[in-house]
Design a protein. Structure first.
Lengths: 115, 116
């Protein structure tokens, strides 16, 4: 149980392209989903928290117009990197959780490379 | 500020040995939840073990167990009979009700290498 599917796993695209990443909870309802960015050999950096039906809460320093998050249903959240540039290249990983005190379950991550 | 410290950037042990990864944390809350996550080279983040702060009994999951010392704010992970597949980054994390979204506070990670 508690499977989170993240798609795509790898994206390579040109600078200026917008990229959408999907995060789905396959066997549970995710009231809260989290989006992280991970730089090489570092820990996870929380970008934003999204609750179903509400606007996402972004961490300080994360541009909400750059990283658009939608959590329209209890099983799907999307992260859109708008007008991506090489500095946006990174590993993005989502997680989902049911109730507050339960563990977060993670997707397999998306490696984004902007040329 | 709430923080997590993993003082061992990297550790290496022989297969079948026992290894302990250290983790200390700082919070003023009395109710919180502690986690160890494993991230193998595939980069998938996998939950290893979970501990509720109000429980005195140390959590155990097969070869993985924790030594939870609440007064010392310490939460170490012991891996018994280590296997090659245990090679991974290990992250310690905790969350408290102080944050309405129960965000995880992460340590920097410990790279564990199991040698054949």
């Amino acid at each position: 149980g508690a499977v989170v599917s993240q798609h795509p796993s790898r994206v390579i695209c040109k600078s200026g392209t917008s990229v959408k990443i999907e995060c789905r909870s396959l066997d549970f309802q995710a009231t809260t989903m989290f989006w992280y960015r991970q730089f090489p050999k570092q820990s996870l950096m929380l970008m934003a928290t999204s609750n179903e039906g509400s606007k996402a809460t972004y961490e300080q320093g994360v541009e909400k117009d750059k990283f658009l998050i939608n959590h329209a249903s209890l099983t799907l959240s999307t992260l859109t990197v708008t007008s991506a540039h090489p500095e946006d290249s990174s590993f993005y990983i989502c997680s989902a959780r049911t109730v507050s005190n339960q563990p977060q379950h993670f997707g397999d991550g998306t490696r984004l490379s902007i040329l | 500020a709430q923080t997590v410290t993993q003082s061992q950037p990297e550790m290496s042990v022989q297969e079948a040995e026992t290894v302990t990864l250290s983790c200390t944390y700082d919070t003023s809350e009395s109710n919180y939840y502690l986690f160890w996550y494993k991230q193998p080279p595939s980069r998938q983040m996998i939950l290893v073990i979970r501990q509720e702060a109000y429980k005195q009994q140390n959590a155990t999951e097969n070869r993985f167990s924790v030594n939870f010392q609440k007064a010392a704010k310490s939460f170490s992970l012991k891996i018994s009979d280590s296997q090659l597949g245990d090679t991974a980054m290990y992250f310690c994390a905790f969350t408290t009700p102080m944050d309405s979204n129960y965000q995880l506070i992460w340590g920097a990670g410990t790279k564990l290498i199991i040698k054949p």
